[in-house]
Design a protein around this ligand. Structure first.
Ligand SMILES: Cc1cc2nc3c(=O)[nH]c(=O)nc-3n(C[C@H](O)[C@H](O)[C@H](O)COP(=O)(O)OP(=O)(O)OC[C@H]3O[C@@H](n4cnc5c(N)ncnc54)[C@H](O)[C@@H]3O)c2cc1C
Length: 488
């Protein structure tokens, strides 16, 4: 292949997801050569880089933005893991099988059962490895249990802030020699040997440098899903195509499209995670904990509309179905104090999203909700929370009645990230429709098919996102490094 000038390559990549090579790869004027090329510097990519480098592979990671992090930075760093030493210390008995069963129950058997069990089994290895090998401690979250998890198994950093986890991962990466990271360096398409279909690397555009051909023995796709791509949303998740997207804008599904062009199987493309508690119009996350500690939601008619405890992801559609697509979140001082540790919640406070009232009628007036209806709803909720009556909406988890002063926050539903993508095997290798492996290609995180069912928001069990990103990232990094080193 003759090396093309920047402009013609630029025009080409707009049309073509793959750069197909017909000549001998050795004759191509590559700009960079590495063992493992990682595309995307969020949780999946950074963990993959650390795992590959630990095995002794040279790693080149390219990140589209000027900083690493992606959705992982926006997350609350909640990572599920079963059978960890942190659980044992807290006296929690858990098992990989129980965790896999919880995931499969929530997604209605909508993910590959063997892969789900495998990832659940690897989850404790990830948390212990982060602690012992990378110096990054995730503690067991013991103050509340997320719906659908039958054990306390969510692990998070102290601040419950993904940006801090990303910083810790970057710090760990600087301690490893063979990891090079290029920022403002979006990969534009994969370079593929036309004869064999093997991935040889990627064409990358590095700001200030220009088009760059990166050769890699193995390539890992860690560039998340298509939450920011309205066209793909219209095709696969039409109900969320116009919803507020709360995730990282750089995630436009390119990795999935490249894989598709290589004949990879796409799986569970209609699945996604959403959230029904995004402060509106502030655009900050109130967190689900205001509900789990005892709060509730009403619509602008002052009526509760669903058991809000059934899951925060599916709750987004419930909220969006209400007048103006909003609800009012009502909780008390006890919930407020319990959630104060979340940085997202503190941001809501700083931005003035919370309003405080002595009486439920004052809250109703402030949000232009009919006072009488609001008072009736509140009384009925209190009775159910006291156990004096059954909740008409079937809620069973209350944490006792609310006491004044009360807080109110207007919230809306938002799309957080997509969960469908490239089908992979237990080594995180990308699979074609006939079940064969795409040579030299791995995927994890939002680029791979997730564990949240075939379609819709309801199959998402809390923390499935980082499960797919971090556990698959570690597997992909390790396996890609082993394969690359075997070729040296
Ligand atoms: C507000 C919020 C809170 C959340 N909280 C949790 C939680 O507590 N627990 C949980 O399990 N999940 C949570 N999630 C979901 C979770 O954040 C994601 O599932 C996970 O971070 C995905 O990781 P990733 O590495 O696949 O993608 P990302 O972290 O998004 O990283 C992808 C990276 O790829 C880069 N990129 C994209 N295209 C290219 C390209 N062409 N070339 C180079 N780089 C590219 C992007 O810029 C980005 O940095 C939350 C999501 C949101 C939005």
């Amino acid at each position: 292949m003759e090396k093309k000038d920047n402009e013609s390559m630029s025009r080409e990549h707009e049309r073509e997801p793959l750069l197909l090579l017909t000549g001998e790869p050795e004759l191509i004027p590559w700009d960079v050569e590495t063992d493992v090329l990682i595309i995307g510097g969020g949780g999946c990519g950074l963990i993959a880089a650390l795992a590959a480098a630990e095995k002794g592979a040279r790693v080149f990671l390219v990140e589209k933005e000027k900083a690493a992090g992606g959705n992982t930075s926006l997350s609350q760093a909640m990572v599920p893991a079963a059978g960890t030493s942190f659980q044992r210390e807290a006296g929690i008995e858990d098992s990989r099988d129980l965790m896999a069963e919880d995931i499969l129950k929530k997604n209605r058997q909508g993910s590959d059962p063997e892969l789900t069990h495998h990832v659940a089994a690897e989850s404790s290895r990830l948390v212990e490895w982060l602690d012992r090998n990378m110096g990054i401690r995730l503690e067991l979250v013991t103050d509340f249990i997320y719906p659908g998890h039958s054990r306390l198994r969510i692990h998070a950093n102290k601040t419950r802030k993904g940006a801090h986890l990303v910083n810790d991962l970057l710090q760990a990466a600087t301690r490893r020699d063979p990891i090079d990271i290029a920022y403002k360096a979006p990969a534009k398409r994969l370079v593929v040997d036309q004869k064999t279909g093997a991935v040889l690397g990627a064409e990358v555009e590095i700001e200030g440098v220009g088009r760059n051909l990166a050769k890699a023995r193995e390539t890992i796709l860690a560039l998340n899903g298509f939450g920011a791509n309205r066209e793909m949303l219209a095709k696969y998740i039409p109900e969320m195509k116009d919803a507020y997207y709360f995730g990282h804008e750089g995630n436009i599904g390119e990795g999935i499209l490249w894989g598709e062009a290589l004949g990879a199987e796409l799986e569970n493309m209609g699945a996604y995670q959403a959230h029904g508690s995004v402060a509106h119009p502030h655009g900050t996350l109130l967190t689900f904990a205001t509900i789990s500690f005892g709060g509730y939601h009403v619509n602008l008619q002052g009526k509760r509309f669903v058991n809000e405890y059934h899951g925060y992801s599916e709750h987004a559609l419930d909220v969006l179905a209400q007048e103006q697509g909003v609800a009012i979140s009502v909780f008390d001082e006890r919930c407020y104090q319990a959630v104060l540790g979340f940085e997202d919640f503190q941001q809501c406070i700083r931005m003035g999203a919370l309003k405080k009232f002595d009486h439920i009628r004052e809250l109703a007036r402030a949000f232009r909700v009919p006072e009488e209806a609001m008072e009736k709803t509140h009384e009925s909720f209190q009775k159910a929370a006291l156990g004096e009556s059954m909740d008409p909406l079937g809620r069973k988890d209350f944490n006792g009645p609310l006491t004044s002063p009360l807080y109110g926050v207007k919230v809306t539903g938002a799309l957080f990230h997509t969960q469908g993508g490239l089908k992979i095997n237990q080594q995180a290798q990308v699979l074609r429709k006939d079940g064969s492996v795409v040579p030299n290609l791995y995927a994890g995180g939002g680029t791979a098919s997730g564990f949240s069912g075939k379609a819709g928001p309801a199959g998402y069990l809390s923390a499935n996102g980082l499960l797919a990103a971090l556990v698959l990232g570690k597997i992909a990094g390790e396996k890609a490094a082993e394969a690359a080193l075997a070729q040296r």
